[in-house]
Ligand binder design. Structure first.
Ligand SMILES: *[C@@H]1O[C@H](CO)[C@@H](O)[C@H](O)[C@H]1NC(C)=O
Ligand SMILES: *[C@@H]1O[C@H](CO)[C@@H](O)[C@H](O)[C@H]1NC(C)=O
Ligand SMILES: *[C@@H]1O[C@H](CO)[C@@H](O)[C@H](O)[C@H]1NC(C)=O
Length: 273
């Protein structure tokens, strides 16, 4: 037969005359079973009182001035998920091992060539205009022991550009601007008098670059580790090297000023150690 046994208290508790096993159960009227019931009620009350006292104590210990955390605070105290968690570690390792970061080479010549005004000669300057009828001719010269180069479109995050008073206007698809290698001009100075009609001929397509802003790219998770890939394939550029390219955008419009200051915005030659 099933026995009813109230929760036992520890041996240290007052157990005068309290022997559950020796007494028959289901005797609510008997004094011996009413006593443990009263005891357990008393203990429950003590426990509740103790809990309440502890709670009050905790409340009174909490600093009065400190407001409760708002959801936003909690959120911001979470570890921020980084798209490339090993990037910092990689940079750290590179610094420790004294590896060299890619070096940016600033162009010596930036000029527009306009198919709609094919004989117009545009002065070299910082203004970049790309459209289905406008190309940009860039010329770089480097003399370094670093043997490899690639070309990239560098677009700093929007907030950095704002802070640096830089901006760009774009329309259409700027994700695959073509970079054409041009035949080396016999004389670098001849570029100064170059028009659409007299620009150096295209030799080969070096690759495409993505002008989409870094912040947009960072927002798109599926582009993780995109920067590990050089925008154009690397090419040899040891010692005294000159390269002339034409940036072409067949279905977009892009306008900005390429100035040599932070934050970077423009087309760059990057050189690798
Ligand atoms: C390139 O650099 C090397 C080593 O610094 C130097 O000897 C050489 O004259 C430079 N070439 C030109 C064309 O400046
Ligand atoms: C670009 O074309 C020139 C020929 O005009 C060539 O000497 C040079 O190696 C080419 N550069 C690349 C990166 O393909
Ligand atoms: C360029 O970047 C955008 C996002 O920023 C991406 O959607 C697109 O696929 C990229 N295009 C190329 C050709 O890499």
């Amino acid at each position: 037969m099933a026995k009813y046994a109230p929760l036992m208290s520890g041996p240290s508790d007052d157990d005068a005359g309290y022997e559950v096993e020796s007494k028959p159960n289901f005797e609510p009227s008997s004094t011996s079973s009413r006593y443990p019931m009263l005891l357990s009620v008393l203990m429950a009350l003590i426990a509740i009182a103790a809990a309440a006292a502890f709670h009050l104590n905790v409340l009174s210990m909490a600093p009065q001035r400190e407001a409760l955390l708002r959801p936003k605070d909690v959120e911001s105290s979470f570890r921020i998920a980084r798209p490339s968690p090993n990037l910092d570690k990689g940079h750290e390792t590179m610094r420790k091992m004294r590896f060299k970061f890619p070096r940016m080479v600033f162009p010596m010549f930036i000029a527009r060539a306009n198919a709609a005004a094919p004989d117009e000669v545009y002065e070299s300057g910082s203004s970049v205009v790309l459209s289905p009828t406008d190309s940009m001719i860039y010329h770089w010269r480097t003399n370094s022991s670093w043997p490899k180069c690639y070309l990239t479109a560098w677009v700093s995050p929007a907030e950095e550009l704002d802070a640096g008073h830089k901006s760009y206007k774009s329309g259409g698809d700027v994700t695959a601007l073509e970079i054409w290698n041009l035949s080396s001009p016999a004389d670098r100075n001849s570029l100064k008098t170059m028009s659409w009609n007299t620009r150096p001929g295209r030799v080969s397509l070096l690759g495409t670059v993505n002008f989409t802003s870094r912040s947009t790219q960072n927002r798109l998770g599926y582009l993780d580790a995109q920067e590990l890939k050089a925008p154009t394939p690397r090419f040899d550029c040891p010692g005294d090297t000159e390269i002339t390219v034409e940036v072409v955008c067949a279905s977009c419009r892009l306008e900005f000023e390429q100035v040599f200051s932070m934050p970077p915005l423009g087309f760059e030659l990057m050189q690798l150690a």
